[in-house]
Design a protein around this ligand. Structure first.
Ligand SMILES: NC(=O)c1ccc[n+]([C@@H]2O[C@H](COP(=O)([O-])OP(=O)(O)OC[C@H]3O[C@@H](n4cnc5c(N)ncnc54)[C@H](O)[C@@H]3O)[C@@H](O)[C@H]2O)c1
Length: 383
C-alpha cells in the first residue's frame, strides 16, 4: 500500500477538545494504527500544532511526541505542504482563522460553532465553496454508539410512527465557590462576550442530531436562563456569568415529531447518562444514551394504573432490553476525521457534514435566542 502523507495544521489544540478529542484520540490514534486504508493507499496525517503560546505548544508536542509546532501561523499557512487547516480554538476567533486558511487554498475542517452568527457562518461556507476547497465541521454525536443503535432501530421500523422525543442533557458544573470542587469546564463557557452560552454551545448539536434522526427542524420555542449569576474562574477569581447556562426548548420537525430538549449545567444526574433521549413511537420506545440504547416494544409495555397511595407494583426499569454491541464503536471524532480524510483524496467519497450544513446549527441557536426574546414559536426557514 502506498503511503500518502496529509499535512494538517491543527490550530488551537492546546485546549480541552483540541488536545483530547482531535489530537490524541483522532489524529495520533490514526497515525498509531498506521493511517486510514483507502482504495489501496494509506492516508497518514502529518500534523503541525499552531497557537499563540509557545510554551504550551512545546509542552503538548513533547508530551505526545508531535514533531512540529509553531506560533507563526501565517508562515505555516503559506507552506503548500499543509493541505488541511483544522481549528479548535475559541468560537469568537474561528471565522477569521477559516477565512485566512481558505484564502490560502487550504481544505477546512473545524469545531462547532463555525462562527458567532448565522450570517457569518454562511459567509465562511460560501467562501470555502467559491474557493473550491473541501470543507467540514464536527458533528461528533452522529457516531455515538447509542445513536448508531437508535438509527438501526429506526431503519428497521421498530418505532412505528415516532411521536415525540424528550432529550435531557447536562450535569452539575461546579461553580468554583467550594474549595474542593473546582469548575470542570473552562470559564469562557459562562461569558457571552467570549462565545459562551448553553444555546450557542448545544443547539448547534441538537440541530444536526434532530435533522438526521427525527426530520428537519422547522420551528423552535425556547426559554433560556442564567440560573447561577456568579462563578469562579481558572485563577480563583469570581466573575459574573453573562451567558445562559440552561435552555428549555421544543423543536418541531418536518416529520411531525415534537422534540423537547432540556439542556443545563445546573442539574444533578439521576438518569442513565449525561445525554438521554426518550423516543416514543406507536410500536415501541427507546432510551438513547451516549453508548447504550434500551428499548421497550408494544408487547412488553406494562399497564400502569395511577395510585399514589401505594408503592408502585411495577419497576419501570424492568421490561426494557439493552441493544447489544454488534460492532466495535470507535471514537466518534476519529470516525468523522477518517471520513474527512477519505473525502479529501476522493471527490466521490461524500462528506455531507459541510460548513454549510454546520451553519444550520448556528442558525438554530440564533433563532432559539429570538424565540426567548419574543416568548413565541419561531419558524426555521429552509436553506
Ligand atoms: N464537539 C463538541 O462536542 C465540543 C465540545 C466542547 C467544545 N467544543 C468547541 O471547541 C472549541 C474549544 O472549546 P474547548 O472546550 O476546547 O475550550 P478551551 O478553552 O479548552 O480551548 C480553547 C483553545 O483555543 C485556544 N485559543 C483561544 N484563542 C486563540 C487564538 N486567538 N489563537 C489560537 N488559539 C486560541 C486556547 O489557547 C485553547 O487552547 C469551542 O469552539 C467549542 O464550542 C466542541
Amino acid at each position: 500500500m502506498a503511503e500518502k502523507k496529509i499535512g494538517i495544521i491543527m490550530n488551537g489544540v492546546t485546549g480541552r477538545m483540541g488536545t483530547n478529542q482531535h489530537l490524541v484520540r483522532s489524529i495520533l490514534a490514526i497515525i498509531e494504527q498506521g493511517g486510514v486504508s483507502y482504495k489501496g493507499d494509506r492516508l497518514v496525517p502529518d500534523p503541525i500544532l499552531t497557537g499563540r503560546n509557545e510554551d504550551k505548544l512545546r509542552q503538548l508536542a513533547e508530551e505526545y511526541g508531535v514533531e512540529k509546532y509553531s506560533t507563526d501561523l501565517d508562515s505555516v499557512i503559506a507552506d503548500d505542504y499543509y493541505q488541511v487547516f483544522f481549528d479548535a480554538s475559541g468560537t469568537p476567533y474561528r471565522a477569521a482563522f477559516l477565512e485566512k486558511a481558505i484564502a490560502a487554498g487550504k481544505h477546512i475542517y473545524c469545531e462547532k460553532p463555525i462562527a458567532e452568527s448565522y450570517e457569518e457562518s454562511l459567509r465562511v461556507a460560501k467562501l470555502a465553496e467559491e474557493a473550491g476547497v473541501k470543507n467540514g465541521a464536527v458533528q461528533d454525536k452522529l457516531w455515538l454508539p447509542g445513536i448508531r443503535k437508535f438509527l438501526a432501530l429506526k431503519e428497521q421500523g421498530f418505532f412505528g410512527k415516532i411521536l415525540s422525543v424528550r432529550g435531557e442533557f447536562g450535569y452539575w458544573v461546579f461553580t468554583g465557590h467550594i474549595d474542593d470542587q473546582p469548575a470542570q469546564r473552562p470559564s469562557w463557557n459562562y461569558r457571552s462576550e467570549d462565545g459562551g452560552g448553553m444555546i450557542v454551545d448545544m443547539h448547534c448539536h441538537w440541530r444536526y442530531v434532530i435533522d438526521n434522526l427525527f426530520g428537519n427542524v422547522n420551528s423552535v420555542f425556547c426559554h433560556k436562563a442564567t440560573h447561577i449569576p456568579e462563578r469562579v474562574d481558572e485563577n480563583g477569581k469570581p466573575y459574573p456569568c453573562t451567558a445562559d447556562d440552561s435552555a428549555y426548548a421544543m423543536f418541531k420537525t418536518d416529520e411531525d415529531i415534537i422534540c423537547q430538549f432540556n439542556s443545563s449545567w445546573n442539574v444533578r444526574v439521576r438518569r442513565d447518562d449525561l445525554l438521554t433521549m426518550q423516543v416514543d413511537g406507536t410500536h415501541g420506545s427507546a432510551i438513547v444514551g451516549l453508548r447504550k440504547c434500551w428499548t421497550q416494544g408494544a408487547a412488553s409495555t406494562p399497564k400502569p394504573v395511577w395510585n399514589p397511595d401505594i408503592d408502585s407494583p411495577i419497576d419501570y426499569y424492568d421490561g426494557w432490553s439493552e441493544c447489544p454491541d454488534t460492532t466495535t464503536y470507535d471514537n466518534a471524532f476519529k470516525v468523522q476525521w477518517e471520513e474527512f480524510l477519505k473525502h479529501l483524496v476522493d471527490d466521490d467519497h461524500a462528506f455531507p457534514w459541510t460548513l454549510r450544513d454546520a451553519a444550520k446549527g448556528v442558525q438554530l441557536a440564533e433563532l432559539s435566542l429570538v424565540s426567548h426574546d419574543k416568548g413565541a414559536w419561531v419558524d426555521v426557514p429552509k436553506d
